[in-house]
Ligand binder design. Sequence first.
Ligand code: G3I
Length: 401
Amino acid sequence: MKLSRAPEVANPFIVFRSVESLAGLTRRAALLGAMTLPAGCTAMFPVRGTKLRAAARSSGRFFGAAVQAEQLRNDSLFRGVVAQQCDSITPELELKWGVIEPAPGRPVFAQMDQIAAFARTYGLRLHGHTLLWHQSVPGWASQSMVEAKDWNIVGRYFAPVMARYSDVIDWWDVVNEPIEATEDGSGDCLRRSVFYEAFGPDYIRSALETARAIAPRAKLLINDYGFEYSGKDEQFRRKGLLALVDALQRRAVPLDGIGLQAHLDLSREPLDQMGLATFLKEIADRGLLIQFTELDVREADRSLPIPLRDQAVAEAARALLDVVLDQPAVRGISTWGLSDRYSWIDVDPDGRRHIGRNRGLPLDVEMQPKPFWHALVEAFSGRPSTGARAAAVIFDQGQET
Ligand code: G3I
């Protein structure tokens, strides 16, 4: 499928290549309202441009991206483009238990507060990623949960965190990545995490019920990965997730939706569009909302010329978007980062970061839109919202100017 550059989009961003032009824009940005970040920082807005969020809103949905507090603090151009392009932002790191509460009873909110302040300043929503994730549990909590098997250890964490951000967080990834398929798909396909070890499979019910009691108006999600391709693992994972949902719904456990991460991988076979469409319908038929929460594309061959690389990334994203945006239950798309300037895929296991090595996000390292960005705009714009879908928009988006 040939992706044409969206005709109406010239160059929606003016990239500030020199400090002088940044200084010039600093004065303009100061008129637009300074950030509530450290003194001397001001938002730098590209002075004109098409917005991903406007395209998403035209289809009755929202667009978001994962960010880090450090990126918002130190990169004024990135700040401005996030504020311009997004309806919603997701803390990539700062709202994880392992980051918030390294020592029992002494939560550290400073980094997350900066992201929340940014969201409040620019009228963005926050996606609550995430309350329970086996990869980010403080050591003391793992030990005491397994020893004491006391759910209050978890409840004492949920309560202050959910209350602190209740004005900006509409959606919570209450449980992240609970699914783990066995080789042959047998059993309950639930990950034997520290939560499972401490509380059994019922931890998922307890987490959802605790979250509902603390934040009755928030949308509660289970968020997971590995559903987009046609492998055996994907089939088992889809079956496992639906079985989990059915078990929870049989017991009237509060659950409003499913987050599908969608970390795409160009080394895989083509996307299983039919299987994915069926899976989304099975989730929607259970009365659940859907968000795509962490969309990005891991490249396979980075030796190709950049235009071919960007085209391959855009076509993979478009193959997903053409399926998911035909499903009314899909309420929003968030990418896992907005610019190749900051992608987790560029960080080696030893922590070394290779900026721009992977070109799997909508904007390049210069914050210029790539074919992926145009694929998002075209896919959203090609599916204008119907009355019903528009009415189901989850939070007040107002009218995009
Ligand atoms: O900032 C420190 C740096 O100072 C230090 O030198 C370095 C040493 O390794 O670590 C740096 O922090 C790392 C941080 O990313 C920032 O790069 C942490 O070690 C590393 O664990 C952390 O990884 C994040 C990971 O979740 C664990 O929280 C990734 O950025 C983030 O993209 C990833 O996101 C997950 C989602 O939450 C769930 N779905 C999968 C997704 C990708 O794994």
